[in-house]
Design a protein around this ligand. Structure first.
Ligand code: NZQ
Ligand code: ZN
Length: 386
């Protein structure tokens, strides 16, 4: 195993950290772009809780709201323009993954003399960005502790991920109490997203990364235990806190150390969101069981069976346990009230072929994951998910 692991994001976890957060911001500048989404943070008081201490610390705040779920490149362009006009020194996203991802693109866009789509689509490398200090309000994407961002371009029907070490947040404030207002639907979708980030690395050829795999099982167990609790008791801080911290560690790089495979379900899901603007975590949940069934073989059964034994206490020989494990995973998502078919989220057969082709184009011709997938495989998985 050879790898590098470097995640210098400072985490302020728990309640009562707003004044400390303001002190951290002050180290980076005296003016900040406050990036947020459709207004939930204004309604539930999170914006004011953060803005108060920032103003007291003498930081000038410039508001940039309206970032949409599955953030659009047009919003990024507007954010860049505003940040430049106002000469802000720091970018502060307050929200879920969409808000943080848009803030990352804005922070990079301010320092890059090209249209943001140029670096999102990988044509230009980001060399610099404004410092980002984030406030997370939804446990899901891990954007608060990773260097990735996912941006949608409706004109080209593309939803693309890009990453740069320059947009890794310097500091992230993670207060589980901020997530108690998240809707049941988004709570379930976020839990599925955390699980998917973990499973993308866990379901892999065994490279002897025992510690990482066992850690991954811990994240998955956390989701299976606390996801349903958070649905039933939205104010349960133990559940919210465990989900929140699991979300960061699912994707901050640890679980993929010692592994080199590409992710399988995310590229397939990104086409669903690009074509139909659906909720990311829901798309992942409904594609995962069909994907696992599609790749189930003598070769992959032992790993899927290990998942079934460790997470669901199943017993028996590999192939039977692997099959049962896939069903259990499906049932778990159903128990979280996640729509588990494409039809339920308004996707029919019309664009399946086009999406499978686009998926291949965006992955360089094939997905080299646990089991390599070509265009026919992806199409078969989409069809099985109908
Ligand atoms: O827009 P507002 O009003 O804030 O409402 C949001 C939004 O409607 C709401 N919400 C967030 N926090 C809330 C809340 N509502 C009440 N109380 C709160 N405390 O939830 C809705 C969804 O928010 P969004 O940010 O879109 O969700 P999520 O965090 O799941 O982010 C999804 C986006 O992240 C990308 C996805 O593709 C998608 O575009 N991803 C980013 C990744 C990364 N940066 O590493 C990796 C992921 O795999 C993923 O692709
Ligand atoms: Zn994801």
């Amino acid at each position: 195993m050879n790898f590098q692991f470097y995640v210098p994001t400072k985490i302020l976890f728990g309640e009562g950290q707003e004044a400390r957060f303001a002190k951290e911001v002050k180290k980076w500048g005296d003016s900040a772009l406050m990036v947020y989404g459709g207004g939930s943070v204004k309604r539930n008081g999170i914006y004011d809780a953060i803005a108060g201490p920032l103003r007291e610390a003498g930081i000038r705040l410039v508001d940039f709201g309206g970032v949409e779920p599955n953030p659009r490149v047009e919003s990024v362009r507007q954010g860049v323009e505003l940040a430049r006009r106002e000469g802000v020194q720091v970018v502060i996203p307050i929200g879920g993954g969409s808000t943080i991802d848009a803030a990352k693109a804005i922070a990079a866009g301010v320092k890059t003399q090209v249209d943001p789509w140029e670096f999102v689509s990988g044509k230009v490398k980001v060399e610099e960005a404004l410092p980002i200090l984030s406030v997370l309000t939804l446990a899901a994407t891990g954007s608060e502790m990773d260097s990735s961002s996912v941006i949608t371009n409706p004109e080209t029907r593309e939803k693309l991920g890009w990453s740069s070490k320059h947009v890794l947040p310097k500091v992230s404030l993670m207060n589980p109490a901020y997530t108690t207002t998240v809707s049941p639907y988004q709570t379930a979708a976020g839990t599925a997203d955390i699980m998917s980030h973990t499973m993308e690395n866990y379901f892999s050829v065994d490279t002897g990364a025992f510690m990482q795999d066992t850690f991954s099982e811990g994240i998955l167990e956390t989701c299976i235990q606390y996801g349903p609790v958070a649905l039933k008791e939205p104010e349960n801080l133990e559940a919210r806190g465990n989900l929140m911290w699991a979300g960061s560690w699912a994707i901050n790089g640890l679980t993929k150390t010692g592994k080199s495979q590409a992710w399988s379900v995310h590229p397939m899901e990104h086409e669903l969101s690009a074509f139909y603007d659906i909720t990311h975590g829901v798309g992942l949940a409904l594609l995962t069981p069909p994907w696992l069934s599609h790749i189930l073989s003598e070769k992959t059964a032992p790993r899927i069976a290990r998942f079934g034994r460790r997470l669901f206490g199943l017993e028996g020989e590999d192939m039977a346990v692997a099959r049962e494990a896939i069903q259990k995973l499906h049932d778990f998502f159903v128990s979280m009230d996640i729509p588990m078919s494409l039809k339920e989220v308004g996707i029919g057969e019309e664009h399946l072929e086009e999406m499978a082709r686009a998926c291949m184009d965006h992955c360089g011709g094939s997905i080299d994951g646990f089991v390599p997938l070509n265009e026919e495989d992806v199409l078969a998985i989409y069809r099985a998910a109908l």
